[in-house]
Design a protein around this ligand. Structure first.
Ligand SMILES: [Zn+2]
Ligand SMILES: [Zn+2]
Length: 211
């Protein structure tokens, strides 16, 4: 699996271009992201945009990127209704109105998305940060795209936004620690390959702790 990592703004989520055809999350800086994608591929060759959850910092540019590329947009079915909700998408927090994204594909736990090279992403429903948050796991390279569910060094997603739920987040992370993960591609922060399984264990302990 080949992954290019883009981050085009201080508050923007990370975007990952996989095998030159699948984009995970878009951030908010459309012009910056289009430029980064263009350094790697002809944007018209982009086939699929997967959104890890409904939050504006991950999804704002999706509609425009889809229009420029004719890529399809996929998101978990439980977060799809919130894409257009100013409050639950957190667009209002950033001072914007939510975009009018119409997803093409509604994902469910256990779905497998082909990404080329005989590889696929396993969809793992990980509610807690949002009701329809997902993580994506690629088995050959043992890669986990974790959205805002877990971050490096034992950090965890916030659960104080509308739709957040700490006990669900703990359950979700409890599923992630059962995977063997070599590289973590988080929604924010740096990509890490340093003993990721123990970093995930720290996230689980953090989520279980009461504060
Ligand atoms: Zn985020
Ligand atoms: Zn988020």
């Amino acid at each position: 699996m080949h992954v290019s990592h883009f981050n085009t703004g201080l508050y923007d989520a990370n975007s990952y271009l996989i095998n030159g055809r699948v984009l995970v999350d878009t951030g908010m800086n459309t012009r910056g992201l289009v430029a980064e994608i263009g350094k790697n591929i002809d944007i018209k060759d982009l086939e699929l945009i997967i959104l890890t959850h409904c939050h504006y910092d991950h999804t704002a540019s999706a509609e425009e990127i889809a229009r420029l590329s004719s890529a399809k947009i996929a998101i978990h079915k439980d977060d799809a209704p919130f894409l257009k909700n100013d409050r639950i998408s957190a667009a209002a927090l950033f001072g914007y109105k939510a975009p009018s994204i119409e997803p093409d594909i509604l994902l469910e736990d256990g779905d497998r998305l082909p990404i080329g090279n005989d590889e696929e992403l396993l969809v793992i429903h990980t509610p807690g940060h949002t009701p329809g948050g997902i993580c994506l796991y690629e088995e050959n390279s043992k890669s986990l795209f974790s959205g805002d569910t877990v971050f490096p060094n034992g950090s965890i997603g916030r659960t104080d936004f509308e739709g957040g739920n700490r006990s669900q987040l703990t359950e979700s992370i409890n599923r992630l620690v059962k995977l063997d993960v070599r590289t973590l591609y988080p929604g924010h922060g740096e990509v890490t390959s340093e003993d990721v399984n123990s970093q995930l264990g720290s996230s689980l302990r953090m989520s279980k702790s009461i504060f």
